[in-house]
Design a binder for this molecule. Structure first.
Ligand code: ADP
Length: 268
């Protein structure tokens, strides 16, 4: 993609956008999945992405942290253009894998499936990235991991292997693991949809707590109650476009768009 644009936006103030996505496009084999998505997330905000299956929510999340490269548009996180650098003539060039890895380190992601290392304990899972990627000393990483496991209600499970934990507990370890890298931003991709219903609440509770600490979060979810209570901003996507967005009391309680209304009727 050779286009001109500024790669760095003004840095700094507290109320500045942490994430700014402009006209993001993505296709897979000619199938246009994102057709020009715009999104702004301010620091400390929780944004919930809602919408029917196949509308492009996961793809958009994966584009934000560069698990997918975008075909058009721009994404800035904390003022830094994701995936590209600008040369002296203002042309944009794809970053190297190593540079992209460095950008991704700043963003935590929690998946539908927890993807813990099965042969490592909860604590070992949490210290893996800080020690291996950031070079944090083991003793320091262990102390921090204990604190993080305590913060997700698993102080007594640090020595347990994933196989001995419930799905909800594994997902809470996955959240602690993402937080161990001190991310600027947390992305959640349907974090409770693979869980038995009775385990959903404990994970949402941890996410609520995290939101309260001021963490900036983008959450793909079908949990309307959570979105209504915790989100500052709700974005409804359908067929690769944003149909409607605004505060939850508007989008969820009083949707204006017919597609949003139809979706919410089906969710009830
Ligand atoms: P949602 O999260 O809203 O359910 P997704 O982003 O998962 O939607 O998927 C949107 C569309 O993109 C779907 O049609 C899906 O099949 C397609 N898609 C997603 N990832 C890929 C991929 N890696 N290769 C091909 N098609 C993909």
């Amino acid at each position: 993609m050779a286009q001109t644009a500024t790669t760095r936006q003004s840095s700094g103030t507290q109320d500045e956008a942490l994430v700014r996505a402009v006209n993001v496009m993505k296709s897979f084999h000619g199938n246009e999945v994102l057709k020009g998505i715009d999104l702004t997330v301010r620091r400390g905000e929780v944004v919930c992405l809602l919408g029917p299956s196949g509308s492009g929510k996961t793809t958009f999340l994966r584009c934000i942290n560069q698990l997918e490269s975008i075909d058009g548009g721009r994404i800035w996180v904390d003022g830094e253009l994701m995936g590209f650098r600008q040369d002296d003539r203002g042309q944009l060039h794809h970053l190297t894998d190593k540079q992209i890895a460095a950008q991704r380190r700043e963003i935590g992601m929690v998946f539908q499936r927890f993807n813990l290392f099965p042969h490592k304990t909860a604590l070992e899972n949490v210290i893996e990235a800080p020690t291996q990627v950031k070079g944090v000393r083991k003793g320091v990483a262990r102390a921090r991991a204990q604190d993080l496991l305590a913060s997700v209600g698993l102080a007594d499970k640090s020595a347990a292997y994933p196989g001995a934990l419930s799905g909800g507990q594994q997902q809470r370890v996955a959240i602690a693991r993402a937080l161990a890298m001190d991310p600027k931003l947390m992305l959640f991709d349907e974090p409770t949809s693979a869980l038995d219903p009775e385990l959903v609440g404990e994970v949402l509770r941890v996410m609520r707590e995290l939101a309260r600490t001021g963490m900036t979060m983008i959450v793909v979810t079908h949990e309307m109650e959570f979105a209504r209570e915790v989100a500052d901003h709700v974005v409804f996507m359908d067929a690769g476009v944003v149909c409607e967005e605004g505060p939850p009391e508007q989008v969820i309680a009083h949707p204006r768009n017919e597609r949003t209304r139809a979706f919410l009727r089906r969710m009830r």
